[in-house]
Design a protein around this ligand. Structure first.
Ligand SMILES: [Zn+2]
Length: 148
């Protein structure tokens, strides 16, 4: 069997239009891109608030794995739209837990309509203006040495 890769669709997926498994994959990806990732009710999901037809789900650090994986799918779709390479959220233990990451998903008619990711960062940087200027000069001369 030969398959022809015929460029990417507007949804961003390049696939072989004459290869049935690719066509099925594209159907799912394109549907999620066009209408939002499907968010059927999952065991362990937490509904934070509902207003009209909009449900806001919260996915905390100790949410069940399937709930976190689904949030990552929505994040991946957001990446595709924003043309970023890296995920806005990782479902894997250790990637996010130190930051008390919470994902908020807006669900409308069973589809993801929006995502918000919050992380706690305990970073504090304090320096005087002269220290800042010295650091800038060092960075500038280093860039100069490297030919940039
Ligand atoms: Zn497509």
């Amino acid at each position: 069997m030969t398959a022809t890769l015929s460029g990417a669709c507007e949804c961003g997926l390049g696939y072989a239009r004459d290869y049935p498994p690719d066509v099925r994959l594209h159907r799912r990806v394109h549907d999620a891109w066009q209408y939002g990732v499907r968010l059927p009710t999952l065991k362990g999901e937490q509904l934070l608030v509902q207003t009209g037809e909009i449900e806001v789900l919260v996915v905390g650090p100790s949410a069940p794995k399937p709930v976190r994986k689904r949030a990552a799918q929505v994040g991946s779709m957001a990446n595709r739209e924003m043309h970023y390479d890296f995920g806005v959220y990782s479902p894997y233990d250790g990637d996010e837990r130190g930051y008390s990451t919470h994902v908020y998903l807006a669900r409308v008619n069973g589809r993801a309509g929006a995502i918000l990711v919050t992380r706690e960062r305990h970073l504090f940087w304090k320096m005087s203006w002269p220290e800042y200027a010295t650091k800038e000069r060092r960075l500038h001369s280093r860039r100069h040495e490297m030919g940039a």
